[in-house]
Design a binder for this molecule. Structure first.
Ligand code: DP6
Length: 362
């Protein structure tokens, strides 16, 4: 689908009464990383992620018909029961960006009530789940205005709008494995929205586990958006984009064949390549903490000793996602409890696994 296919059509010229919708949308963890973009939120390489199950944002979107018409979309944001002015600028910018695709939003005032299933200051990126939940809420309004929308269009446009809020959010609408960014070997992949990985996944990857070790729950020093921008002048950028696209091609084969040793190699290399880009940007920065490295080394030792299929990945922070197949969970969970939890801030961690994507609740 092309960009113009996402322009709004309202054949029945309907107007909605005041009301609300409730949705929930998960976070995701990239296996091949998106790091570097051009306007408007177009990724420099294709990426693929696992959709998570237990880490999600629930959002109630209340809409009230405006008294006087104006282009400005008025929003009030209530986060975990308290008004949150700090979230407004990002949401207002999002609404401005999507206005041409969903012009009906300027007919309403919105109250957005939102909460996360994961602890607020856990360092887990909430923009993917938060922005995709909001985009899905807006698509439920579009569906009320135009009930003839088919499911494929609905999901593609929900992801398309999510992308304009936060790139990685494009991969949160569906699951369990989503590709975003055009790749010649993946049919129907697009820079504009995420699509489900189109091949049959080997059973070893079904119900894969992700234990998130919360190494550092503080605010990030550098936002992802700044990090992406630093890729524009980055000396290694072009090779990094080529590497990511090659890794996605290799991973596609591995996900089908079940070659888990090769999976581990690609996934860990992607995590370290992402952080290598941060360390070689100008200005440079490091988001890993000493305990991130302690955990990585422990995982490598344990894997060498046991030959179990445990590996790690990282997002733009110090937390470590520990990935492993379901059938090895007994030994690996024991190892995590005995040897890794002590490196987490306040011993906090989250057990997660693959999920199916976002849902409309009401
Ligand atoms: C490291 O999606 O948070 O998690 O598009 O500027 O909102 P914006 O960036 P964001 O970047 C996420 C980067 C990453 C890797 C990934 O999820 O692919």
């Amino acid at each position: 689908m092309r960009e113009e296919d996402f322009l709004f059509k309202n054949p029945e010229k309907k107007i909605l009464d005041n009301g609300f919708v409730k949705v929930k949308s998960p976070s995701n963890i990239a296996l091949v990383k998106y790091w570097g973009k051009s306007e408007p939120q177009i990724p420099k390489n294709s990426s693929i992620s696992f959709t998570l199950n237990n880490c999600f944002t629930s959002t109630i979107l209340e809409y009230t018909k405006k008294e006087n018409s104006s282009e400005k979309v008025n929003v009030k944001v209530i986060f975990e029961g308290k008004e949150k002015e700090a979230f407004k600028p990002k949401i207002e910018q999002f609404f401005e960006r999507i206005l041409i695709y969903v012009p009906f939003i300027s007919d309403y005032d919105f109250v957005i009530k939102t909460e996360n299933s994961f602890p607020h200051s856990s360092g887990i990126a909430s923009s993917a789940s938060g922005m995709s939940a909001l985009a899905l809420g807006i698509m439920s309004l579009e569906k009320k205005l135009n009930p003839t929308l088919d499911q494929e269009y609905f999901l593609n446009k929900a992801s398309f709008l999510s992308r304009l809020g936060s790139g990685s959010a494009a991969r949160s609408i569906e699951g369990p494995l989503v590709v975003w960014g055009r790749h010649p070997k993946i049919e129907n992949s697009s820079d504009l929205y995420g699509t489900i990985f189109p091949f049959k996944i080997h059973p070893v990857f079904e119900n894969f586990q992700d234990t998130i070790l919360l190494v550092d729950q503080g605010e990030k020093q550098i936002s992802s958006t700044i990090g992406h921008n630093l890729m524009q002048q980055h000396p290694y950028a072009e090779n990094r984009f080529i590497q990511a696209n090659k890794n996605l091609e290799k991973l596609t084969e591995v996900l089908r064949s079940g070659n888990i040793k090769e999976f581990i190699q690609i996934v860990e290399s992607e995590a370290l390549a992402l952080h290598a880009m941060m360390m070689t940007s100008n200005p440079y920065f490091i988001l890993m903490k000493p305990n991130t490295l302690e955990i990585i080394n422990k995982i490598w030792d344990f894997r060498n000793k046991t030959d179990l299929n445990i590996c790690f990945t990282l997002d733009a922070g110090a937390n470590v996602h520990v990935l492993f197949p379901k059938h090895e969970e007994r030994e690996i969970n024991m190892f995590i409890s005995n040897e890794l939890i002590s490196f987490c801030q306040n011993n906090k961690y989250i057990c997660d696994s693959l999920g199916e994507g976002a849902e409309i609740i009401i």
